[in-house]
Design a protein around this ligand. Structure first.
Ligand code: OGA
Ligand code: NI
Length: 219
């Protein structure tokens, strides 16, 4: 499945992706050769983003009343995405990314100064303001499932700009493909039954992207 780690063209976005952690999952063949310091800068960013994300996972775990390591034990891989949205003369007709929830655990998005990310809340699409050097945290499907629905995955999409190029550098924190993800047993009881069926992460991805009814898995 690492073969997705190549260049894909999806609608009006060019995407490049490759793993950044753990080292055993990293294949430099998928990393750009230019600019020359790409690898060095990326490795430093990986160190920083890992620290931040481990903090967030500790808070997410404690927020569920679990020990601080609980979420981290499930989410052990990190993938770098580079999204490139060229300017588009018809931003009203063209989307960047279609509405989706992230299939992974959670995502840390670093965007450039061109706004374009929208999240769905209270039946409305809300534009996210650009806050310099802020990182956007998006809860994805696997945190929803682990938490038995207490942490909500967020529907989001992107728009393109008329004149300016939008770029974003999301890091996807996720389980390994073979990790079976279901609600933490500590969170379920007879009064609070599991809302999701445990399933290997790779099988979840397969069902989601082949549009097989996930309803069957999740009820
Ligand atoms: C994604 C995504 C947001 C952005 O890559 O899944 O939602 O701002 N990206 O590009
Ligand atoms: Ni997304």
């Amino acid at each position: 499945m690492h073969e997705v780690d190549l260049e894909n063209k999806i609608g009006t976005v060019d995407q490049l992706s490759h793993n950044i952690w753990p080292p055993s999952s990293v294949n430099y063949k998928y990393w750009p050769k230019n600019p020359l310091d790409y690898r060095e800068v990326n490795e430093e960013y990986t160190r920083q983003i890992k620290m931040l994300s481990e903090k967030i996972m500790e808070w997410l775990s404690k927020g569920l009343g679990l020990q601080g390591e609980a979420v981290k034990e499930v989410m052990s891989e990190y993938m770098m995405l580079v999204n490139y949205y060229p300017p588009c003369p018809h931003p009203d007709l063209i989307q960047g990314l279609d509405p989706h929830t992230d299939v992974n655990g959670f995502t840390l998005v670093l965007p450039n100064e061109v706004p374009g990310l929208q999240v769905f809340k209270d039946d409305h699409w809300i534009d996210l303001k650009h806050i310099p050097s802020a990182i956007i945290v998006i809860i994805g499907d696997q945190i929803l499932r682990l938490s038995n629905g207490r942490y909500k995955n967020v529907l989001h999409k992107t728009t393109v700009d008329k004149e300016r190029t939008r770029m974003s550098w999301p890091v996807l924190v996720r389980p390994t493909y073979d990790t079976v993800v279901g609600p933490f047993p500590e969170l379920t009881s007879q009064d609070d039954p599991p809302k999701f069926k445990p399933i290997a992460y790779k099988d979840y991805i397969y069902h989601k992207f082949s549009k097989l009814p996930i309803v069957h898995l999740d009820s």
